[in-house]
Design a protein around this ligand. Structure first.
Ligand SMILES: [Zn+2]
Length: 314
């Protein structure tokens, strides 16, 4: 990959499911900042306390863990559409959300929207749009994998109904069939790049060639399923290879995500341009990323962006 000198942002990645090796490889490939949307965990939760601890880890341990590898971690907080279908639990989760939305590093309400497009999903989607409106936060929308086109259009129409400006809404998991509808309405169009199926990086190159770079961004979504936390750097690299200009790659793989989620007031380029030194001797609530006998990585405060690896003392 030839993206080491490019700063990259992955605006949708579930690091809770990932290892420290992934963090190391991501940083080496140029990723300086990530956004982790709140989502389900592969199986439904049964207690509100599980949501509380999960949200706490997104603004706590996971944020710390990323910092130990030179990556700035942000998150969006929300009740995902799958679990919105457990209404008794959903009611309790809704009461938690306002407690987390103002925490440091929270850049939006997400990922919310429709899965099976049930009545309960619609109810909690709308309630969370209201929360976003009250708090003036961006919205990160998960679009359904079934009936994608109609679900995507419905997501946008409902958010307009609630008076949310399109430029405050990032519509995720787009494909060739939805991108035009999303861009025409003035929303941000995000694409999740999957390794084998669905939206691959070859197809993404064609999308950028056809639709340009305005309001388009890419992510890996990397989670508990088959996914690749290096999807953004790999796609950036392929775009350059296929003749897309450096400036355009920068927009799709960095600038647009910063602009969209920066509207939260919680995410600034200076966060990673003048980073604190990586010091793996640090602890979060008495825990560090080190295990028995490991030598801490200590990065110089003047580590050049994209070259953290070479500034690391091993
Ligand atoms: Zn997700």
């Amino acid at each position: 990959m030839n993206t080491q000198n490019l700063m990259l942002i992955d605006p949708h990645i579930h690091m809770t499911s990932r290892t420290t090796d992934d963090y190391e490889r991501m940083r080496q490939a140029g990723i300086v900042a990530i956004i982790e949307p709140a989502f389900w965990l592969g199986q439904p939760r049964t207690e509100v306390g599980s949501f509380k601890d999960y949200y706490s880890s997104l603004v706590g341990w996971e944020r710390f863990r990323a910092s130990q590898f030179g990556i700035k971690h942000y998150c969006t907080i929300g009740l995902n559409s799958k679990e919105a279908n457990n209404e008794a639990l959903a009611e309790q989760v809704m009461e938690l959300l306002p407690l987390f939305i103002y925490k440091e590093g929270v850049v939006g309400v997400g990922e919310i929207g429709y899965d099976d497009q049930t009545q309960a999903e619609d109810k909690y989607y709308r309630l969370q749009l209201e929360l976003a409106k009250e708090t003036n936060m961006p919205v990160q929308i998960h679009t359904p994998h079934r009936d994608k086109k109609s679900g995507t259009i419905r997501s946008m129409e409902v958010s307009l109904e609630h008076g949310i400006a399109p430029d405050m809404v990032i519509v995720d998991h787009n494909n060739e069939e939805t991108v035009k509808d999303v861009l025409d309405r003035g929303f941000w169009a995000a694409f999740t790049i999957y390794p084998n199926s669905k939206m691959g990086n070859e197809r993404m190159v064609e999308v950028v060639k056809k639709y340009g770079t305005e309001r388009i961004m890419i992510n890996s979504a990397a989670d508990w399923g088959i996914s690749d936390p290096l999807s953004v750097p790999k796609t950036a690299s392929l775009m350059l290879e296929r003749g897309i200009s450096l400036e355009d790659v920068r927009k799709v793989c960095y600038q647009n995500a910063l602009e969209a989620f920066g509207k939260s007031g919680q995410m600034h380029e200076s966060d990673w341009l003048t980073p604190a030194a990586v010091d793996q001797r640090e602890k979060f609530l008495n825990s560090s990323v080190l295990r028995g006998g490991q030598t801490p990585v200590i990065g110089g405060p003047d580590a050049d962006e994209g070259e953290l690896g070479s500034n690391i003392v091993r």
